[in-house]
Design a binder for this molecule. Structure first.
Ligand SMILES: Cc1cc2nc3c(=O)[nH]c(=O)nc-3n(C[C@H](O)[C@H](O)[C@H](O)COP(=O)(O)OP(=O)(O)OC[C@H]3O[C@@H](n4cnc5c(N)ncnc54)[C@H](O)[C@@H]3O)c2cc1C
Length: 512
């Protein structure tokens, strides 16, 4: 962004019914905030505030036509969308930097839409509870936090006028709907209000990593790794804001927020995952202390507690992946293999998914697949399916396969299916439905409805990888799958104790 006309240098151009997890996975919540304290100290060491910090402007791009901050600006506004945290958030930091340089108050707002894709009350409550923590932290920092009920295009421009907002900053999500929100606001914003977007979710900003859709992890890996030294830096702190708002924020009516939602309330919250940044950092701390050592060796065993479990907090932006990587990397000497694989998953695979959704407008349909994959699926479209299930049968875990049923029930009850089983689960949906299009539709619907981390680029890419071979290569041809990689029950049995998983999550547990 911009400069205030003839004045100081500024922006962009410048610088319920809850389900328990088994005890060994619940331990994560017990850990006190040791990591939080260490992280606070690391931020303080990076810089006293973002004003003194060398902000990497490649993280920022201008959305509006104009870039000049007007002279009579009354405040700067951060429109928080995807990255729902205060600290470790490049978009928040960028907005504070602008406000500090202009000596203006800083406001933060969140536009609460009544529904979003297939999200249910499970997801909304996780998000709202996280936002309550954001609101509290903002109040402590002298930064008013506002929840605006409705779509940004309907509520944000009026807010901008009412508060004399001189510059608007938002974060970045490559998905269609949030991209449209940004475009709608851009169209309706007064011309003299510069509007900048900051990629606060990826370590290497999505538009910096590559200007095009990457073919696979192989083609993007080096593009990411070669830029990590530049982007994988410590964060400065968001500080108590020295320029007070002319009017304080109205306290948020959280109950009214909840009742404004038009979502399915039958999918209950889960007990194992406490929403919010503090709880997310406790999960990170417990991952490092208890599970990181076996991540490399046991991450593909759904009976073992070896995963980070961080995806819900990453998805809602309550924990920054960059923070997780900074902390996990400190243990490289001790757990080299685990740390390297974690970086591969949480940076390379995750940012590959962002790249795919950003550059491929068909990221959630078979048309988004490579032509070899579309051709092979088409050639096998009429193959006889061994079983055919309707959506309800799948949703209720009523298939002939006890492992698939157990995985489905794990997702329904706990809001998080084990990563290895997600691949098996989606591939079986391809095998048991009438067409790849139907398989993809069912998989995305179930994933987005039940997974806490659903409605995420990782989810669309996970479903397209499993069903349409995205980022994969062709395998030996077989019925239904064609050249798409195949997985079966016998293969799972070779990898882990399938019976143990089925006993733990199988349908008999329903009546408990
Ligand atoms: C069919 C299918 C659906 C999926 N749906 C989702 C989804 O909706 N949301 C989601 O975040 N992930 C999804 N994934 C990717 C992956 O399974 C989850 O990210 C992972 O299981 C989350 O658990 P964790 O945080 O304990 O992972 P860990 O194994 O501890 O990994 C750490 C982080 O790395 C990233 N990561 C791990 N595996 C992948 C991957 N294959 N692709 C991209 N990033 C990855 C995630 O951000 C994850 O939180 C899906 C995968 C498949 C095959």
């Amino acid at each position: 962004m911009p400069q205030r006309k003839g004045k100081r240098k500024a922006a962009g151009g410048d610088e319920a019914e809850a389900v328990e997890l088994p005890p060994e996975q619940n331990k994560q919540e017990a850990a006190p905030g040791r990591l939080e304290e260490a992280v606070r100290e690391a931020r303080r060491k990076a810089a006293p505030s973002v004003r003194e910090f060398k902000f990497n402007k490649k993280r920022v791009r201008l959305v509006s036509r104009g870039s000049e901050l007007k002279d009579d600006a009354k405040c700067i506004l951060y429109w928080m969308c995807r990255d729902q945290r205060v600290q470790d958030n490049w978009a928040f930091l960028y907005a504070q930097r602008l406000a500090l340089k202009q000596e203006l108050p800083l406001h933060v707002c969140f536009c609460l839409v009544p529904k979003f894709l297939d999200a249910t009350i499970r997801h909304y409550r996780f998000m709202l509870r996280g936002l309550q923590e954001v609101a509290k932290e903002c109040a402590e920092l002298n930064i008013p936090f506002h929840v605006l009920l409705g779509y940004a295009k309907d509520v944000l421009p009026a807010f901008v006028l009412r508060h004399g907002v001189g510059g608007l900053v938002t974060d970045f999500c490559p998905l269609r709907v949030p991209q449209q929100w940004v475009e709608d606001v851009r169209e309706r914003l007064p011309e003299d209000v510069p509007f900048a977007q900051v990629d606060a979710h990826n370590i290497v900003p999505c538009w910096v990593t590559s200007p095009k859709q990457e073919y696979s992890a192989w083609t993007i890996r080096n593009k990411i790794h070669s830029q990590l030294p530049e982007f994988l830096t410590e964060f400065p702190p968001v500080i108590q804001h020295p320029y007070p708002p002319s009017t304080p924020a109205e306290p948020v009516a959280w109950e009214a927020c909840d009742s404004s939602l038009q979502v399915d309330r039958s999918v209950k919250e889960v007990a194992w995952a406490t929403p919010g940044t503090a709880a997310g950092l406790a999960v990170l701390q417990s991952f490092i202390a208890e599970r990181l050592q076996s991540f490399g060796s046991h991450r593909n065993d759904p009976n073992k507690a070896a995963l980070s479990n961080l995806s819900p907090w990453f998805h809602f932006g309550q924990v920054s992946t960059q923070r997780a990587i900074l902390e996990v990397r400190k243990h490289h000497r001790k757990y080299k293999e685990s740390v390297d694989i974690f970086v591969e998953e949480a940076v390379v695979r995750r940012e590959l998914a962002e790249n795919f959704c950003y550059y491929n407008k068909n990221y959630d349909s078979v048309q988004g697949a490579y032509s070899w994959a579309q051709t092979t699926l088409q050639l096998h479209a009429k193959d006889k399916r061994p079983f055919l299930y309707k959506l309800k049968e799948l949703e209720q875990a009523n298939t002939h396969d006890p492992l698939w049923n157990a995985a489905q029930l794990q997702m329904v009850r706990e809001g998080k299916m084990h990563g290895f089983l997600r691949m098996y689960w989606a591939k079986k949906i391809l095998e048991w439905t009438r067409s790849p299009e139907e398989a993809l539709q069912f998989a995305i619907y179930l994933n987005d409805r039940y997974e806490l981390d659903g409605r995420d680029p990782n989810g669309y890419v996970g479903c397209l990888w499993s069903i349409c071979g995205i980022h994969d290569h062709g395998w030996t041809e077989r019925a239904v799958f064609g050249k798409i990689r195949y997985m079966n029950y016998a293969g799972c049995k070779r990898k882990f104790d399938v019976g143990q998983f089925e006993r733990r999550y199988g349908p008999h547990k329903r009546h408990k």
